[in-house]
Design a protein around this ligand. Sequence first.
Ligand code: HAM
Length: 429
Amino acid sequence: MGERIQSIRGMHDILPEQTSAWHFLEGKARQVVSAYGYQEIRLPIVEKTELFARSIGEVTDIVEKEMYTFADRNGDLLTLRPEGTAGCVRAGIEHGFLHNQQKRLWYIGPMFRHERPQKGRYRQFHQLGVEAYGMSGPDIDAEIILLSGRLWRALGLRNVQLEINSLGSSETRQNYRKLLTRYLSHHLDSLDSDSRRRLETNPLRILDSKNAQTQEILKDAPSLLDALDQPSRAHFDALCKLLDDNGISYRINPRLVRGLDYYSQTVFEWVTDELGAQGTVCAGGRYDGLISQLGGRKTPACGFAMGLERLLSLLETQQLLPPEQTPDIYCLSLGDAARASAMYLMEEVRTAMPGLRITLHCGEGNIKAQLKRADKLGAELAVILGEDELHDGTVVLKPLHDDQPQQSVPQTQLVTKLLTLFKQENRRP
Ligand code: HAM
């Protein structure tokens, strides 16, 4: 016997009993993005490695150690996308839909990062993201935040808090970088080794450090918000006002910096304390410099992406997932002739009532075994076609969820009967 092959660590199958939860989440998200006029874009999963290196940043965790990169048969260096923003900008420049236009886009799909797997952190995970191009004001920043907030409400989620910050313009960050580096170099000996390394390469990321001692030192560090230039400050204040006006509560977190280098001005994260260490369910911000950095003409942009596994986990914790879908009808039959007739009849029913979920019993089994299968699947109604029924031109309808008696119905009236039965229960789509 051959050895069994396992799935790759951190990459999970989404099993049939889990897909209805995914459909629920994706369905609500589709409704919300379309309510704001966003259009779906579908992008390749593989891109040139250079795209991610130039956009996410050479000295980020993602590019330094988490990308799935390989040489293809032509020797080109390719990478499984670790996120969706870079590909979206690449497509926008390539197809010319960014310049002098306003675009509101969204996407959904798998992303790949070679991180250490744990609850809420996987090597293949799924994001739903939105990206808005051609709008430079705080109104669009507010809109994408309102959009995400609306999705939490549509899902019934509680306890998801918004944190916002501004990274200002690139001048702001350059100035602040100097201030922070000067401050931290006085505390060099007390910094953790990761932060010490970052002091050289990417000091702003130290603000994000989880190390307790480093956090203690950061308490007295100069604040990024104090370093904002006037236009950046005005943008941020206007965003806060729009959020206030729309009843969105938020916490200003001056240490929120994000792990990707392309951000400027607004950054935000939605976080929960119900998921342990991986509590960020959605994150994003403005990235006005990225399009020109990737060879396009300067275009303002902002967006976010949410982690679908984390949202599903939160929905499960808060018991907000709808019950699994079960068949409306399980159709039983005995003998080849009855089976053929049952199949034909169910085809008719499916044509007349396309919303019904019908499972036809296939293969062996006496009526008892077939009923057991119907029960196990949680079917609502058994439609039975035995030898007698075949002979009489009838079927037996047997409710499986309540004590209603079974009844015999002429096959010619089956559709009409089912229409009333399922209409009464409001089950017809
Ligand atoms: P990000 O913060 O790297 O941003 O990822 C966004 C979200 O994806 C995270 O908040 C988290 O919910 C989820 N996520 C990230 N890594 C993992 C993982 N290993 N396992 C499970 N979930 C994960 C971006 O990707 C940006 N492209 C967002 C954006 C769009 N900014 C502007 N537009």
